[in-house]
Design a binder for this molecule. Sequence first.
Ligand code: ADP
Ligand code: MG
Length: 224
Amino acid sequence: MLELREATRQYRLGEVTVTALDRVSLRIERGEFVAVLGPSGSGKSTLLNLLGLLDVPTSGQVILEGRDVTHLSASERARLRLQALGFVFQRFHLVGAFSAVENVALPLEAAGWPVAARWERACRLLESVGLGHRLHFLPSRLSGGERQRVAVCRALANQPRVLLADEPTGQLHSEDKQQIIRIFQQLNAAGHTLVVVTHDPEMAHAAARIIELRDGRILRELTQ
Ligand code: ADP
Ligand code: MG
């Protein structure tokens, strides 16, 4: 359902060209749980950003549900992201002035949901990850683990077809980490498609397929 074909992403820094991703072909099927591993600088975030339509390849193609989306305009990509994709980042990226429920409702507002419906959905999502008692807390009053659970709810708000996460447990302590891994496992068991960049062996273990990057190329793939 989500595919890279011979995707290359280069950055030009003055005279120097850095190849962050080098002719990578990859196909993510519906319902898969894929972990992307590799040392720092191996191209993991670049790969995820291409899959998530946050970035465009220098050459090659990005295919979403059979459609070549490589050359869409920035606004068309933004609309597709809102409709089809959910993102979770290492540093949560919550809006500091908004409560937990307001953060989760934000993408629903952008998608044009009526106020009562988006409020109800946001509350239901937060309750489903054990945050029913934190609905009106600002991010600054939440623990790291709670913030990341809010961010996961926000990513799920629009019922995305794929959830993409870039080191989602990178800032979390052990107990909080376990909780995020459990949530991801539950989401996958419920049929969600997940692509997770991670350094965490436990997260990788939870995935059915591991893709290891090295120097912008796929070094190996493992199905477990
Ligand atoms: P990872 O997420 O695995 O740490 P990245 O995808 O962030 O790796 O980066 C891959 C390579 O591309 C690195 O060499 C990095 O320095 C380079 N790179 C990433 N983003 C940029 C950028 N915006 N400008 C220049 N070089 C970049
Ligand atoms: Mg990265």
